[in-house]
Design a protein around this ligand. Structure first.
Ligand code: GDP
Ligand code: MG
Length: 441
């Protein structure tokens, strides 16, 4: 997909004369790519028309930044499409906020409910989960398991068959217990059917939610618009969460969900685990939609952060997929030289959240320094190998002794290396844009 778009833009920049025909061809190619990413046909057509209006052909013909102008226009247009023009309801701490989750079966509601609760719990909230899904056998058990794991109070029943009753009782119970985030999980069916929507309407009536969140599987494709619209027509959907963004789907259906519900996307799900959950950010999402992954912003940063003379070599190494301990060491060195670095580091995939949590930069710096002293005790062979099996127990022992650290600490450093190598491994085979080339994206 990304290749396709860059190819289209490439063709365009190769054409000496930028006339209407060339622009149309370029837009057609981008449109095909967006359709493949599950963006709705009608929206793609709208985007095409808007771009034709925005992009001034005379400017294109005269200027040398043709690619950039078109890229920027496409990028901005997609960002606009994800902006419904109003923010989602923000829960108010200390009040009993009721949040209802809706979506078809399998979209990830139950999983996402827990992730959402856990996200707030970590920030000091007092969340609670209500299982108003009596349709699917095992629904309560699933929620109960998730909730127990996260130590979040839950409410549900094995015998009661009326979801409306459970919703009411659950919400009442937790209001009395002064929970400030009461989350109501609902059932879905395989198909959109009248009984489901009637049930959603009734559950909403008794639980009186401050926010209804529509949960959408990123891989549902062109069905997203109708699905989102159907839910919006029965309950007041006010936000969207897109799940399974860790898969292959680009999530273009999110644009449809935003249009159909006139609500913003607030979070994305990036895995089955509780903490695989991220606040939605428009620009990285659009980059991904255009097939550019998280790496576009990163590539710009690498040009800023890594000294010029090291760039070609580093990029070469990375695209060959050999993320060695030495590369990690060199990156740590760059980090050390950069001073206050939270902002820059947050751009580099893998470095941001786990290695360098916000507000704990000093701690992170100390950890990096510690890692570097251990790596100083490694041989060239070890530093230049990209085979994690090379670090046998006796080598780990030697490094620990040499650096005055424990075996556990050396292993921790090696784990960090493996984690980064996995993330950076995605660079393998990636076409690296030249400086400035992709900055529009
Ligand atoms: P529900 O029927 O809407 O309640 O959906 P569930 O929460 O039961 O999720 C359905 C399946 O999708 C489960 O196997 C989940 O583990 C999985 N799932 C949910 N969210 C994600 C996600 O973000 N990534 C991945 N890979 N799997 C997910
Ligand atoms: Mg469920």
């Amino acid at each position: 997909l990304g290749g396709r778009i860059s190819r289209a833009l490439q063709q365009m920049s190769n054409a000496t004369l930028i006339d209407e025909k060339v622009l149309a061809e370029c837009l057609n190619e981008i449109s095909r790519a967006l359709l493949q990413a599950d963006v709705q046909f009608k929206m793609v057509m709208n985007m095409q028309n808007n771009i034709k209006k925005i992009v001034n052909l005379d400017d294109l013909a005269a200027g040398h930044n043709k690619r950039k102008i078109i890229q920027q226009a496409v990028f901005n247009e997609l960002c606009n499409m994800l902006d419904p023009g109003k923010a989602a309801f923000v829960p108010k701490k200390g009040k009993p906020n009721v949040i209802m989750f809706v979506g078809l079966q399998g979209s990830g509601k139950t999983t996402t409910c827990t992730k959402y609760a856990y996200h707030y719990q970590k920030k000091g909230w007092k969340p609670a989960l209500v299982c108003a899904d009596t349709f699917r056998a095992g629904a309560f058990d699933q929620l109960k398991q998730n909730a127990t794991k996260a130590k979040i109070p839950f409410y549900g029943s094995y015998t009661e068959t009326d979801p409306v009753k459970i919703a009411q009782e659950g919400v009442d119970t937790f209001k009395k217990e002064n929970c400030d985030l009461i989350i109501v999980d609902t059932s879905g069916r395989h198909k959109q059917e009248a009984s489901l929507f009637e049930e959603m309407r009734q559950v909403a009536e008794v639980s009186n939610p401050d926010l209804v969140i529509f949960v959408m599987d990123s891989s549902i494709g062109q069905a997203a618009f109708d699905q989102a619209q159907a839910f919006k027509q029965s309950v007041a959907v006010g936000a969207v969460i897109v799940t399974k963004m860790d898969g292959h789907a680009k999530g273009g259906g999110a644009l449809s969900a935003v249009a159909a519900t006139k609500s913003p996307v607030i979070f994305i799900g990036t895995g089955e685990h509780m903490d695989e959950f991220e606040a939605f950010e428009t620009k990285p999402f659009v980059s991904r939609l255009l097939g550019m992954g998280d790496w576009s912003g990163f590539m710009d940063k690498i040009h800023e952060v890594v000294p010029m003379d090291q760039q070609p070599e580093l990029l070469q190494k990375l695209t060959e997929g050999n993320f060695t301990l030495r590369i990690m060491y060199e990156q740590f060195q760059n980090i050390q030289n950069m001073g206050p670095l939270s902002q820059v580091m947050s751009m580099i995939p893998g470095f941001s959240q786990e290695l360098m949590p916000k507000g704990r930069e000093n701690e992170s710096q100390a950890k990096i320094k510690k890692f570097m002293t251990m790596m100083d005790s490694m041989t060239n062979e070890e530093l230049d190998s990209s085979n994690p099996k090379l670090m046998t127990e006796s080598r780990v022992y030697r490094v620990a002794r040499g650096s005055g650290r424990t075996i556990r600490e050396v292993n921790e450093m090696l784990e960090e290396y493996k984690r980064l190598a996995k993330i950076w491994g995605k660079m393998k085979g990636l076409k690296i844009p030249k400086k400035g080339d992709m900055s529009a994206m």
